[in-house]
Design a protein around this ligand. Structure first.
Ligand code: ADP
Ligand code: MG
Length: 491
């Protein structure tokens, strides 16, 4: 699959690097004990430190540091035993300190990599440059009063991890796969809740284009995108814009852009000349962070199976394709669900592909229609396991199984009970099916004649009629055998 984009005279390659901001999952903030809960009453979670009252001192939250280290390990990255918190100075109404505490020259996590998987089974590594810790700012609210701006400092001081990639990404799709993979890793690690709608995970996207094998072009940076759909839209728009400018003989200026989600277009926020000089310097209120290797190793031991390990287990143990396994493991809750379905019965291991299909097609469509997350599914993994087992043992047909699934979804009942109460067991008794076949053939004498004179396609009609008469319960294999033998005897 080529990522090259056709221009007027030549092909162009897209070059993308992402800066992802992930909110650390922690009850309290990076340098204060205020709560970091989302959606609380404005300014109800603001300590004197968060409001930057004179003389207040930051106290580092050990748990947030551990979360960042765990994340670094999950990103296959180097954990730095020595890191420094700096002050990044700028003036803004929602930044009462007048600076943001962030890590600059010495981040807590260094180089790493994550793997993304494509539909065709291939995969690619995206290199990580660094992960550093920083404080979030407050929020200015402009739309509640026509003449005033309100400030909510609840978010002020909440811990963020900024994860910076190398410019290794080559298309909007790759960018989507990359951020999904990062999100998935963080959610497995439980270091970020991954909620993009609430802004727990958002990205600045750097984009440039070049002729293949040229050096990198000048990039533009689109700020603060909080959905994978918008990230892809923004990239596609921006790439087209840059190619047009270049093909008309223009140059790309290194701008910071905003993406308008209703028009689907980018527009400049500031140019390089207006770029801030942040005058970084080490925060004198905080000592450099020194972490013992022993503590890092201890944390390493607390990390359970990550998406790539799980994927490998699914490929090795269940014979799933690399792609199926990556779709399944992308969401930890989906993957946990799958594991629990398989656990229901020893025999299901051999039917893993069928289990995958029932989860990703039938169950997903019921959950989506009703806007329910899989971890709140009314159908427990045990009951889904039972249903697949009943299907595999030919107790019910595939068609009936789908009806039973809907009933299970609506009533939370055991599939076995539903089948019993509604008399849905598959009919495998040959004489019973033979009787129905006879009736169908008698009632449709004309069709039988047509069939015998060569209209082979009518077989499907007879199958359908017999199935209907049996109320969907006739075993399809036996039904087909009987029909064919009866019709051939008539010849
Ligand atoms: P800054 O510190 O000015 O933001 P960095 O060099 O740290 O700049 O890069 C920020 C992000 O931009 C990184 O994710 C990097 O991969 C990406 N990037 C750098 N150069 C390019 C380029 N020419 N095209 C696209 N992305 C780029
Ligand atoms: Mg940047």
């Amino acid at each position: 699959m080529s990522n090259l984009i056709k221009g007027k005279e030549q092909e162009w390659e897209t070059v993308i690097g992402l800066e992802i901001h992930a909110q650390v999952k922690s009850n309290s903030k990076l340098f204060s004990s205020s709560s970091s809960t989302f959606g609380s009453k404005p300014n109800s979670q603001v300590s004197l430190v968060d409001a930057a009252m004179p003389g207040m001192l930051p106290v580092i939250n050990k748990y947030c540091i551990e979360q960042a280290i765990k994340t670094g390990i999950g990103l296959n990255a180097k954990i730095n035993n020595y890191s420094v918190f700096d002050r990044k100075n700028y003036f803004y109404a929602d930044l009462p300190q007048g600076y943001q505490i962030s890590q600059y020259k010495h981040p807590i996590v260094g180089e790493g990599k994550v793997t993304i998987d494509f539909k065709d089974g291939s995969s690619k590594d995206i290199r990580i440059v660094r992960l550093h810790l920083e404080q979030d700012a407050g929020k200015s609210i402009h739309d509640q009063n026509p003449t005033k701006t309100y400030v909510d400092l609840n978010r002020s001081g909440v811990a963020l991890m900024e994860i910076v990639s190398e410019p290794d990404i080559r298309s909007a799709d790759e960018a989507g796969l990359y951020i999904s993979k990062i999100r998935s890793i963080l959610m497995y690690l439980d270091t970020c809740d991954g909620n993009m709608q609430e802004g727990s995970l958002r990205a600045d996207v750097n984009i440039s284009v070049r002729k293949l094998d040229d050096k990198y072009g000048t990039r533009c940076e689109i700020k603060n995108l909080n959905s994978i759909k918008f990230i892809k839209q923004a990239i596609n728009y921006e790439v087209k814009r840059q190619i047009e400018v270049l093909e008309e003989g223009g140059v790309i200026e290194q701008n910071t852009l905003l993406f308008n989600t209703s028009t689907g277009k980018t527009r400049p926020m500031r140019s390089k000349e207006e770029a801030h000089d942040y005058r970084y310097f080490p925060d004198p209120d905080l000592l450099p962070l020194e972490i013992d290797q022993e503590d890092i190793d201890k944390l390493k031991k607390t990390i359970t199976e990550l998406p790539d390990d799980r994927k490998k287990r699914y490929v090795d143990d269940y014979n799933l394709s690399n792609y199926d396994a990556s779709v399944l493991t992308a969401d930890k809750f989906v993957s946990d669900y799958f594991d629990n379905v398989i656990k229901f019965d020893k025999t299901l291991k051999k039917s893993s592909k069928i289990v995958v299909n029932w989860i990703t097609s039938e169950l997903f469509s019921l959950l989506n229609e009703n806007n329910i997350e899989i971890n709140n599914s009314p159908i427990t993994p045990q009951y889904l396991g039972k249903l697949v087992k009943l299907l595999k043992e030919d107790i019910i047909s595939g068609k009936i199984a789908k009806d039973v699934l809907v009933e299970m979804f609506n009533t939370k009942k055991d599939p076995e009970k539903i089948i019993e109460q509604k008399g849905l067991k598959q009919v495998t008794d040959t004489s019973e099916i033979e009787n129905i076949v006879n009736e169908v053939l008698q009632e449709n004498q004309k069709m039988v004649d047509q069939y015998l004179s060569g209209k082979d396609k009518l077989l499907g009609f007879f199958v359908g009629q017999t199935m209907k008469k049996s109320k969907g319960k006739a075993n399809p294999k036996i039904l087909n055998e009987i029909l064919q033998s009866k019709l051939s005897k008539k010849n």
